[in-house]
Design a protein around this ligand. Structure first.
Ligand SMILES: Nc1ncnc2c1ncn2[C@@H]1O[C@H](COP(=O)(O)OP(=O)(O)O)[C@@H](O)[C@H]1O
Ligand SMILES: [Mg+2]
Length: 487
């Protein structure tokens, strides 16, 4: 057996068999289990000090006074069950989460209290506010929070018809979902700022409200990072088909970048409609994550979004975005400049080809010029609309430098000079030396051509004089028109 197979088998065998999804590991089977906490953490939280909540269930019809009256089932996950409830004193409807009756244990109850305590610290527009944690009638902890009226995101995503046969979200629909995703990234970045990682980010833990509000729920296995920004887990906790490879290691060392991977997994699910890791059994899913943590990206993925998703889902956390905030910044650009980022990817390709061609002595000159011109105009267009994109500015510099040198060697003096001027302006002081070298080469070439009485150089001079005269005439005409206007 390979290492990955061994590890996947070992890990899968540590999970209680009644929690194992048998057919396939889709997010529809919410499955957060925190073995690390149930196995290891000391019972620092006890139900004893929780205040009693008088909860009326549907069967207690004759009860007169109560704090909460339980209503309909809202949803349930691998560990909790959530109902709507009426809070009598404030006359409002809330959501109450309790441990699923078939999952009750001291560890599970502790987990719910830990969830409440962490949620209590996370006051953010995209995180449901925890109202209180108390003890229910049969001594079970009850987490009371805002009831987000809406649909789980995975249900919403499942409704989208596959537009072009490949099932990938595109255009306005994609843009809309990405705007919801931004809210989630903001919530995660905020929680990281509080030293808390979520560990179970996925569409079924996100609810989209009736008015487009977006909420990240289920902080059940979230944990506080140590001072060094790391959380040493003792086992796997999370949802396999979204999990990051480090969550599967023997002694998982988790940090904010683990959530970055999970954000990448969620993004992958948004665009494709399915989670990144799949398999018939948990063991198979684990093995896939260990052997190929980067999912495949089908043709048709928008380039810029693909680059972003890949960067979030790199196997090695050091290669990922260093933080949710950094990922968020890129995401904002991708949404705002979506079409431009596609053009940027094309220009990158052109520039690489141009650099390669520049070194080839036997290159096809007209092809080189054509490629260079396309690359130059593409980069200029991006920079015009997106002036803060410094990568594009640097690439345009490189492109102009290559084009100027090529124009000099092709003895196209006017072109070389105008490219050199543009290069000088763009590169500023850092490019001044290079621009000077180019200028000297152009001047030397001009002298050489003039000295030779070269017909070409004469032509150039004539052309320049004619152009100058035309400009002067244009200027005069404009002045006349202007003066007329002023009268
Ligand atoms: N505050 C809430 N408002 C509305 N729906 C909720 C709320 N909390 C949970 N839910 C629903 O209940 C489901 C299960 O809750 P969750 O906290 O994810 O449980 P688990 O910890 O078992 O995964 C969620 O997927 C969501 O659909
Ligand atoms: Mg859940």
């Amino acid at each position: 057996m390979s290492d990955a197979k061994n590890q996947a088998a070992r890990l899968a065998s540590t999970i209680p068999s009644d929690l194992l999804p048998t057919v396939t590991c889709f997010p529809r089977l919410p499955w957060p289990i925190d073995l690390s906490q149930s196995q290891s953490q000391p019972a620092d939280i006890s139900c004893g000090h929780l205040s009693r909540l008088d909860i009326k269930s549907k069967d207690d019809s004759e009860k007169a006074s109560f704090d909460f009256s339980v209503g309909a089932l809202i949803g349930s996950g691998g560990f909790g069950i959530v109902h709507s409830a009426e809070q009598s004193c404030l006359n409002r409807e809330v959501a109450i989460k309790r441990v699923r009756p078939d999952r009750r244990s001291a560890a599970a109850e502790e987990q719910l209290q830990r969830e409440a305590h962490l949620m209590g610290r996370l006051e953010h527009p995209a995180i449901p506010p925890a109202y209180l944690i108390g003890m229910g009638n049969d001594k079970e902890p009850v987490l009371v929070m805002r009831w987000i009226r809406g649909v789980p995101w995975n249900d919403k995503l499942a409704e989208f018809p596959s537009s072009e046969g490949d099932g990938l979200l595109r255009g306005a629909v994609l843009r809309n979902e990405l705007n919801s995703f931004i809210r989630i990234c903001e919530a995660v970045a905020f929680s990281h700022g509080q030293g808390i990682i979520h560990r179970d980010i996925k569409p079924s833990n996100i609810v989209i409200g009736q008015y487009g509000e977006v909420y990240l729920l289920d902080w059940g296995i979230s944990v506080e990072l140590q001072d060094d920004g790391v959380y040493n887990a003792l086992g796997f906790a999370g949802t396999p088909c979204f999990a990051a490879p480090e969550m599967l290691s023997r002694a998982p060392k988790l940090d904010a970048r683990t959530d970055v991977y999970l954000l990448g997994s969620t993004l992958y699910n948004i665009v494709t409609g399915y989670p990144p890791h799949q398999g018939e059994t948990t063991e198979e899913v684990f093995e896939r994550i260990l052997t190929s943590p980067m999912p495949t990206f089908a043709e048709g993925w928008p380039d810029a979004l693909k680059m972003l998703c890949r960067k979030a889902m790199e196997a090695d956390p050091n290669d990922r975005y260093a933080s949710a905030r950094a990922m968020l910044e890129d995401l904002r650009y991708v949404i705002e400049y979506g079409e431009l980022t596609e053009l940027e990817a094309d220009c990158d390709q052109d520039l690489n080809a141009l650099i390669e061609m520049a070194e080839d002595r036997n290159k096809d000159i007209s092809k080189f010029n054509e490629l260079g011109t396309r690359c130059r105009f593409g980069l200029e267009r991006i920079l015009h609309e997106w002036p803060s994109n410094t990568t594009v500015a640097r690439n345009l510099e490189k492109c102009l430098y290559l084009l100027c040198n090529a124009a000099i060697s092709q003895q196209r003096i006017a072109a070389a000079r105008s490219i050199m001027v543009q290069y000088r302006e763009l590169a500023g002081d850092t490019g001044a030396d290079r621009a000077d070298v180019m200028r000297h080469r152009i001047d030397a070439l001009a002298d050489q051509l003039i000295a030779k009485g070269d017909e070409l150089s004469m032509n150039i001079q004539v052309q320049l004089i004619e152009r100058l005269a035309a400009k002067e005439q244009e200027y005069d005409e404009l002045m006349v028109a202007y003066k007329k206007l002023c009268k």
